[in-house]
Design a protein around this ligand. Structure first.
Ligand code: S3P
Length: 442
């Protein structure tokens, strides 16, 4: 546990470049490992989750090293090049590694066991297991009954690889991790695999598959992949800065007086832009500059300039939630400092993130004097926030969750007195440089 004291009264000024996007980096490792030949990954983030992806592929027989310039070099062995791991694969707390890996292991000729850290072992896996079972893999999770009597499955999970058949699958929850696991398994399946999304989720897997010439096709709201085609490495991949990390500085610059922050070379993938759209609707002074439509021949990026703004409350519809799912904690901080009421509709998925983020953010923001509540609506939930003129300094908790911790720190900067947070070590999961970058803006 590493406690941290937060002193308010700062204004943030300066220009920053952030480590590469976590979601894109995971996919870069995975597809490089199962394509043939050398792939060099630039601006790969040095966080715990992405390290978990590297560790796992090392154990699956892939050579990966870091060169003198800090780039990650992956020596891929083709679709059939992975080898049986000598021991159970330990995925730490990386949900993306865990779920995407299930899709890669399902078609292998060996059995593997996937284990996870404490928090990830409590996160639901049936959403990925069910479609993979339909494709023909034998897969066994730890079964538990939920309060409503429905069965769920959790890590550890044993995957007994098998020949897979292509399926057509309509997504039950909006989840890029689930979609990606199915598409990755589809790479190996007999025939075509089709995933139908109700609402679009982040499309990094599709873009990366396209970059590796997997022959992926879009048909309206569906994505189709044909099995059996060898992947071709693009040779070099640049991972643009992480928009989810940028979000903390965007909100900080908007809510702290006399601030002006420029964030360079950030991923501007259209399926992730919810945070920018909502902040703009709230009245934030945000400009996007130097847009490059293709940072790595598949992902757009650009610079984001944010200045102090007076924010107003808005209504965010459930259809827009997938485009800002990871930014909800920091958007709740923005809403707490905005004039009037903000409603985030259909945010039930927050209950099954690294921690229950509805619980963690309600706990912290209530302590800071915010009128915030969650309301059950059908199977999902809405969050309603009435902004306050001034947040109160308070003793805050991270609940072991990186995004709750970073959101609490930014809220603390906007408070009227000193705040503290019980543990910030969890920030290493996605953004170990966070406090250093924040200090560089003072
Ligand atoms: C991710 C997808 C999202 C997101 C997570 C990263 C990804 O999860 O919350 O941080 O890289 O595919 P879900 O697929 O569970 O929505």
């Amino acid at each position: 546990m590493i406690a941290y004291n937060i002193l308010p009264g700062l204004n943030l000024k300066g220009s920053i470049i952030l480590p590469g996007d976590k979601s894109i980096a995971h996919r870069a490792i995975i597809l490089s490992a199962i394509s043939s030949g050398k792939t060099i990954i630039n601006n790969f983030p040095a966080n715990k989750d992405c390290q978990a992806s590297i560790e796992v592929f090392l154990q699956l027989g892939i050579k990966i090293k870091q060169d003198k310039s800090g780039r990650i070099v992956v020596f891929g062995k083709g679709l059939k090049g992975l080898t049986k791991p000598k021991r159970p694969l330990f995925i730490e707390e990386s949900g993306t590694t865990f779920r995407l890996l299930l899709g890669i292991l399902a078609p292998q000729k060996f059995e593997a066991e996937l284990r996870a850290g404490k928090a990830l072992s409590r996160r639901p896996m049936l959403r990925v297991i069910a479609p993979l079972r339909e494709m023909g893999v034998l897969i066994f999770g730890k079964v538990a009954k939920l309060e409503n009597g429905i069965s769920e499955e959790y890590p550890p999970i044993i995957v007994r690889g098998n020949n897979l058949k292509g399926i057509t699958y309509s997504m039950k929850v909006a989840s890029a991790q689930v979609k990606s696991a199915i598409l990755l398994a589809g790479l190996y399946a007999n025939g075509s695999t089709k995933v139908i999304e109700k609402e679009p989720t982040r499309d990094h897997t599709e873009r990366m598959l396209d970059l590796f010439k997997a022959g992926i096709k879009h048909q309206g709201k569906s994505i189709v992949i044909k099995g059996g085609r060898a992947l071709q490495t693009p040779g070099n991949i640049y991972v643009p800065g992480d928009l989810s990390s940028a979000a903390f500085f965007m909100v900080a610059a908007a809510i702290l007086k006399q601030s002006e922050v420029s964030i360079k070379r950030v991923s501007l993938n259209p399926t992730r832009l919810g945070i920018i759209k909502v902040l703009k609707r709230m009245g934030a002074d945000i400009k996007i500059e130097n847009i490059k439509s293709k940072a790595n021949e598949s992902e757009p990026m650009g610079d984001i300039l944010v200045k102090s703004s007076s924010l107003k409350g808005v209504r965010v519809l459930s259809k827009d939630i997938p485009s800002l799912i990871d930014e909800l904690p920091i958007l709740m901080v923005a809403a707490s400092c905005a004039k009037g009421k903000t409603i985030f509709e259909g945010v039930g998925e927050l209950r099954v993130k690294e921690t229950d983020r509805i619980n963690s953010m309600l706990y912290n923001l209530k302590k800071m004097g915010v009128d915030i509540k969650s309301i059950k609506v059908g199977k999902s939930e809405n969050i309603v926030i009435h902004g306050v003129n001034q947040l109160k300094g308070a003793k805050l908790k991270s609940f072991g969750d990186h995004r709750t911790a970073m959101s609490a720190i930014i809220a603390g900067l906007a408070a009227d007195g000193k705040s503290s947070i019980d543990d910030v070590s969890c920030i290493n999961k996605s953004f170990p440089e966070f406090l250093r970058v924040l200090k560089s803006l003072k």
